[in-house]
Design a protein around this ligand. Structure first.
Ligand code: AMP
Length: 215
């Protein structure tokens, strides 16, 4: 089962992807995570993309398609892949279609997660992530526990993304509407699109994702 989670930054794609990994044994492929890893390991590519990411602009298609191609061939896929934050342009969507076809795989569904802009800005500007397991916290809605330990893994280090501030977020949203939202029509035309409301508690949204996958 290969699935794309499509939606603006802060829609909850990463959170839902992690649940699908745990429950269905899928492999999560997040180009944002791959690029942040490249950035922090100080590779030449990482240094090149750091500024682009901090501004909330898109990294070139060539770089992200290369990253996905590498992982698709290396991981084998197990029960399938969840694409989180990829594709973000029509060129990336075409490239993904070709890569999957080459591997004899198909795309089962594209789940579009809808959340209004004000809620998105509020979500990302208080966001913190456990550096060990990726569990997500929020200053207002789900603060880091008082003992400073992650509820999931006990980790004590938490990170905040450089692009989780209001200016970068507004730009990330504009980029989403300009470059990525055309994919909604693209996948609708391919008969793959399932749209869900992304607002609500994590479990409520998860139930909608499950519903969309069994529809
Ligand atoms: P994300 O973690 O998905 O919000 O991605 C963080 C940042 O990484 C984005 O704002 C872009 O700068 C870059 N990025 C991630 N995925 C892609 C992609 N598929 N295409 C281009 N840039 C990307």
């Amino acid at each position: 089962m290969n699935i794309i989670l499509l939606g603006p930054p802060g829609a909850g794609k990463g959170t839902q992807a992690r649940t699908l990994v745990e429950e269905r044994g899928l492999v999560q492929l997040s180009t944002g995570d791959m690029l942040r890893a490249a950035k922090s390991s100080g590779t030449e590519m990482g240094n090149r993309v750091a500024e682009v990411m901090a501004r909330g602009d898109l990294v070139t298609d060539e770089i992200v398609i290369g990253l996905i191609e590498e992982r698709l061939t290396a991981d084998g896929g197990g029960n399938g892949f969840i694409f989180d934050g990829f594709p973000r342009t029509l060129a990336q969507a075409d490239a993904l279609g070709e890569l999957l076809e080459k591997q004899g795989q198909t795309l089962q569904a594209v789940i579009e997660m809808r959340v209004n802009d004000d809620a998105l800005v509020a979500r990302v500007t208080g966001r913190a992530t456990c550096a060990t397991c990726g569990e997500v916290y929020h200053d207002q809605t789900r603060p880091i526990p008082e003992d400073g330990k992650c509820v999931k893994c006990g980790g004590t280090e938490f990170t905040r993304r450089a692009d989780d501030n209001e200016d970068a977020m507004r730009n990330r949203l504009l980029t989403y509407y300009r470059e990525t939202s055309p994919l909604i029509g693209y996948y609708y035309a391919h008969g793959k699109l399932r749209s869900i409301d992304g607002l609500g508690a994590i479990d409520e949204v998860k139930a909608r994702v499950d519903g969309a996958l069994s529809a």
